[in-house]
Design a protein around this ligand. Structure first.
Ligand code: KIV
Ligand code: ZN
Length: 518
């Protein structure tokens, strides 16, 4: 008989990574997976192994390196998908195949072009094949909330008969409203009557802003697994936000009577890590992890909080691991404090990486009075984690001369893995000139589709972080670079984006050459 608590199935690395503009490499996915394990999520959906060789590799690496949670991979009902998925999750101590097929008439008619009878056959075959490959199988009925409930009950009975032990009811298009969804889930659970060994799960999208509310209503109706993502990232308007579900169940245990088993003090670090690596910023008013989530501005509120925190705070920043102050490290800070801060921010670095990061931190603290969390994150992500094994170009040197009327000349030297290559070009301003010089060195002409520069901290000695997107005819990659000098930050971002394009090209079997313009 299963214990009564709510399992958190994290799909940041699958549904979250599927959102427009997000592209994580294997090293970044591993960083997030390590933090999810520290957070003690129950299941990590690490990716969709059949989608690409890159996805397969990432799921496999996570299965090999992360212990604690169940490691799941997503698979359609095709045998090749199921086999690729089993292969990828096999090294995990507790591997899971999560297989799915759509069940709504609109998906059957226009997308699958299948009859209901054919879908029933597919479910029966796929779950049986999956069960022959791994002992833990989850089945999802895509677009369940718009499916005929009688058909859905039939589908779920078959999946359970073939050995699925987790049954997921997705609100794929975020169409359901809370009371209706709660009643739907309750009716399915009652009619399927599977007994205590089957865990009922929900997976809600946020198109109407109801993903968290719908998931909570489903818990009240008997669901004991919730699928969600850190910061609520995901397809379109996103998925249910993990931190909101976890803290709602904890804060209102009086109402729900069940909780998750997560280490809530890791929520803030997980949120920052995912935001930094995906480039999806957390709005200041975001519940639980937003910059203002615990800020009391109005005088009357401040007075109340000073008298007794409970007047205006239903949970504390400490509960979710949010720091009291942002200014943490300076010139005299030691390696121990440095390592601890990185851990609190969600990073998992090797001793060598901590050593390299510490040297960069010392250089930075010579230039800056105080090194903030933002500075540290920029340093680790842009200078340490960006050094992936397949890195191709490394910035060696650059110089820029302004020629008046905004024109500039730049010369840049990059190491390409074998030798140093230098080139020069003129352009409208130093960034444009240095990008033109680098385009000559790298040998192809990506289009710069976005360029943003932000100060990671305050004051005039702030670290500037450049965040750019480069596009070729087939590929798109983001690149980031940080420095107290914004031109250097911009150049580093370009090198980082070019290296990511090479990495993506290798994963997708695409060649980058001179005609690869966007
Ligand atoms: O939204 C959805 O229905 C999904 C399924 C694959 C679970 O992501
Ligand atoms: Zn989804």
């Amino acid at each position: 008989m299963s214990e009564d608590f709510v399992r958190i199935f994290d799909t940041t690395l699958r549904d979250g990574e599927q959102s427009a503009g997000i592209n994580l490499n294997c090293a970044e996915k591993l960083q997030i997976a390590h933090q999810l394990a520290r957070l003690q999520v129950n299941v990590i959906e690490a990716g969709f192994p059949a989608a690409s060789p890159g996805d397969f590799e990432a799921v496999r690496s996570i299965a090999e390196q992360i212990s604690g949670p169940v490691i799941a991979g997503l698979a359609r009902t095709r045998t090749e998908d199921l086999q690729a998925c089993a292969e990828a999750v096999r090294p995990a101590a507790r591997p899971r195949i999560h297989t799915f097929i759509a069940t709504s008439d609109i998906h059957l008619q226009y997308k699958l072009k299948m009859t209901r009878e054919k879908v029933l056959e597919e479910v029966k075959r796929a779950v049986a094949v999956a069960r022959s490959l791994v002992p833990d199988v989850e089945f999802s009925a895509e677009d369940a909330s718009r499916s005929d409930i009688d058909f859905l009950v039939e589908v779920f009975k078959i999946a359970i008969a073939e050995g699925a032990t987790t049954i997921n009811i997705p609100d794929t298009v975020g169409y359901a409203v809370s009371k209706e969804f709660g009643a739907f889930v309750r009716e399915i659970i009652t009619r399927v009557n599977a007994g205590p060994d089957v865990i009922w799960s929900v997976h809600c999208h946020n198109d109407l802003g109801l993903a968290v509310a719908n998931s909570l209503e489903a818990v009240a109706s008997g669901a004991r697994q919730v699928e969600c993502t850190v910061n609520g990232i995901g397809e379109r308007a996103g998925n249910a936000s993990l931190e909101e579900i976890v803290m709602a169940l904890r804060t209102r245990k009086d109402r729900f009577g069940v909780e998750t088993r997560l280490d809530t003090k890791r929520l803030y670090g997980a949120s920052r890590l995912v935001s930094r690596l995906t480039g999806v910023q957390v709005p200041p008013n975001k519940a639980i992890v937003g910059g203002n989530a615990f800020a009391h501005e109005a005088g009357i509120h401040q007075h109340g909080v000073l008298c007794n925190k409970a007047t205006y705070e239903i949970m504390t920043p400490e509960d979710v691991g949010a720091p009291g102050s942002q200014l943490v490290l300076g010139k005299h800070s030691g390696k121990h404090a440095f390592r601890k801060r990185l851990e609190d921010l969600g990073y998992n670095l090797t001793e060598t990486q901590v050593g390299e990061a510490f040297s960069l931190f010392k250089e930075l603290s010579d230039k800056k009075e105080m090194v903030t969390d933002g500075d540290l994150e920029a340093l680790v992500v842009d200078d340490i984690l960006a050094v992936v094994p397949s890195r191709r170009f490394v910035l060696k040197d650059f110089s820029v001369n302004l020629a008046g009327k905004g024109r500039a000349t730049a010369s840049v030297t990059l190491h390409d893995g074998t030798e140093e290559r230098s080139d020069a070009a003129t352009g409208n301003g130093p960034v444009n000139a240095s990008y033109a010089a680098m385009m000559r060195i790298v040998g192809f002409k990506p289009e710069l589709v976005s360029y943003k520069i932000t100060a990671v901290s305050e004051k005039s000695d702030a670290v500037g972080e450049a965040d750019i997107v480069l596009k070729t005819d087939k590929l798109v990659a983001r690149g980031r670079g940080a420095s107290t000098d914004v031109i250097e930050a911009s150049i580093k971002a370009y090198v980082n984006a070019v290296n990511r394009l090479y990495q993506l090209a290798a994963a997708k079997g695409v060649t980058l050459h001179a005609s690869n313009a966007a």
